[in-house]
Structure formats: structure tokens, C-alpha cells
Design a binder for this molecule. Sequence first.
Ligand SMILES: Nc1nc2c(ncn2[C@@H]2O[C@H](COP(=O)(O)OP(=O)(O)OP(=O)(O)O)[C@@H](O)[C@H]2O)c(=O)[nH]1
Length: 387
Amino acid sequence: MVLDPFTLLVITAAMAAASALYLAAEWGSVRERSLLLWSAGFAIVAVGSSLALLRSSGYLLFGIWFPNGLLIVAHWLFLAGVAGFTRVRLPHAWWLLAVVWLAMLFLPDGPWWSKAMMCVQSVLVAITTLRAGLLLRPQGGALSVGAAQLRFVLLAHGLFYLAKAALAVAPEAIVNLASFRGAVIQISLVEGVMAIMLLAMSMTGTERHRREERIAQIAARDPLTALDNRRALHLRAPQLLEQASPASPGAVLLIDIDHFKQVNDLHGHDAGDRLLVGLSDLIRGALPHGALAARLGGDEFVILLRGVSAAAAQVLGQDLREAFAHQARAMFATPEPVSLSIGVALFDQPDKELSHWIKRADEALYASKRKGRDRMELDAFAPMQQH
Ligand SMILES: Nc1nc2c(ncn2[C@@H]2O[C@H](COP(=O)(O)OP(=O)(O)OP(=O)(O)O)[C@@H](O)[C@H]2O)c(=O)[nH]1
């Protein structure tokens, strides 16, 4: 097979069009703006390479500067898409690229035209692409596989265009943009086909991974309070439970609102919801580093503490009770005081499952309800009440 410029341009146009459609279809389900920008970028590459194709077949609709300009616009859209994905605002200075490009159109015709044009075009493409690659920096956690791939492809593509800019002005290089002559242009066409494929694949991978992360977050969260739900707690707890030892014990605090039904019955379900949100905010605020909190359902919450003494767990529970009772009193009047009952189970062995400790805490919670509510009871079998 001969990879002549015509064949490569046909492949480029077809792959860019397919990528544009693919990313647009992906946008149809994900609705992320970056997908639309990337799709538009590929559509422009498809138009640009089709124009170049027509040109090489004798249909001179525009000067070669036009498809070359489209290539810059396409890369600019790729950069805008990455900026959208990473939630970064691009400074207005990026519009200077258009100014530089337009200024190039006044370049006088001559033997250096193709070389100068290709050099400037390549530098502009390299700058936008490298910036896009650098925007995809890991922040906090690691980059997702898709985003890491996209970063790598963008950086490699940008460096290729930098090298292309340097090669274009090398004295011995043959560059004829209009007839696609010259080794640099041939190599660039091959690289272009590969870049389209890799960019489109990693762009979809990037967004898909983010969508999956969002779905996983939604699935793990209680929709009203935004605390973890029961399912997420059971997934995260083993890691915390495994750290328990006699030297570094942990605690489960099972929390239930007293007379919560009265708030619902007298002030409405929305008022009850506000109280649940208020309690979850108090819990979040009181949570030490490394602890877990979740809403198990209804008016029942759980806190899982690690590296804590019985006394410290009790202080946290006590503070929470006082703060909540104060908040509930200020929010709603009820015949019976709306307060918290808490059951605490302490553990210093890593070999039991969460459900075991919740059952123990539930027994302690039941004891506090039985003894008149608005109190905290410690699990009768607590292993180290002396802590
Ligand atoms: N507003 C609101 N109410 C809820 C929600 N989920 C459950 N409930 C209500 O919470 C109440 C919980 O009932 P209980 O815990 O048995 O009632 P209680 O008055 O707190 O009784 P004690 O715990 O024995 O003091 C019920 O009335 C449920 O309808 C919710 O998401 N929002």
C-alpha cells in the first residue's frame, strides 16, 4: 500500500468525521460541554482535510492557508475542551493566536512562504496542544487512565509539532504546503491520522471515567444529607476496622433522634428533612480526621471512629447531643423534647465485621431509649471501658 498524501488525506478526513460523530453521540448521553468542543474540533479537521483533498484533485476553493488555519482552530477547540474538563478559565490572551495567524496572511509570496507558514502554523498548534496537555495535571489524586492517556497524547502531539516547526525552517528541508511535497509533510500526515485516533479514544475515555466516578458518588451518597449511605459505609468500613488494635481502638456511635415523628407530624415532612440535614451538618463538623459517618436510613445515623479512647468517643457523642438538642429547640416546638439517643460500641480487635459492632451499638442505643432517651449508653461488653 502506498501512503501517498491523497490516501492519507482521505483517511484523515474519514477518521476526523467519524471521531466528530462519535464524540457528538457521546455528548448526547453525557452532556459535557468539553465533548461538544472536541467534536467540533474533529469536524473542523474533517472539513479542512476535505478542502485539502479537493485542492489536490484540482478544485481550488481556497488558498492552502485556509485548511491550515482550520487546523489551528481545531487545536484551539481541543484546548478549550480540556479547559472545560479541568474547570480552568483560559485567559483572553489566547485570542492572540488568531492575530498572529491573520498577520501571517500578509506574508509575501516567495520561496520561503511554505516554510514560514508551516513553521508558524506548527508553533501555534504546538502551543495550544502542549498547554492542553499541561492542563491535565493530577490535582490531589491521580489522573484517571483516560485523562492520563489524553495528557500523554496531547504532549506527544504538541512536541511533534514543535519538532515540525524546527524542521520546516531547516535549510535542507523541502516544504511545499500546496502540493503536500516534502518528507516533513508526509510524516505529519501519518502522525495526524494516529493522533486523531488516539485523541478521540482518550477523550471519550476521559469523560466516561468522570461519568462513572459521578455515578459511583451518587450511588454512595444519601440524597438528603449528602453523607455516605449504608452501602458506602459497608464498603469503606473494613479498612477502618482493620486498623483496630488494643493500642489503637475504635468506636461505633449509633445515633437516633428522639421524638422525631412529632416534628414531621406537627411541622411537616420538610421541617423533618431540615432537622435531618441540620444533624448531618453537626456530625460532619464533629468528625475527626479519618472517621466515617453515614445515614443508615430514617432518623438513624452512625459514626465510626478510629484511634479513639472510650472517653474521647463519649465526649464527641456528648457534644453532639448538646448541640443537636439546642438546634432542635431553636428550630421547632414539640410537646416532647427532640434530642439524641446514642449507643456506643468500642472495639479493639480487627477480626469482626461492621454489622457485628453495629448490632452491639444498637443494643446500647436500645438501652438509652429504654432509660428515657436523650442519653448515651456504652455497649455492656465494651472491651476496654478503662480507656
Ligand atoms: N422528614 C423525614 N422523615 C423521615 C424520613 N425518613 C423517615 N422519616 C420519619 O422518621 C420517623 C422515624 O420514626 P421513629 O424513629 O420510630 O420515631 P421517633 O418519634 O423518633 O421515636 P423514638 O425514636 O422512639 O423517639 C417516622 O415518622 C418516619 O416517617 C425522611 O427522610 N424525612
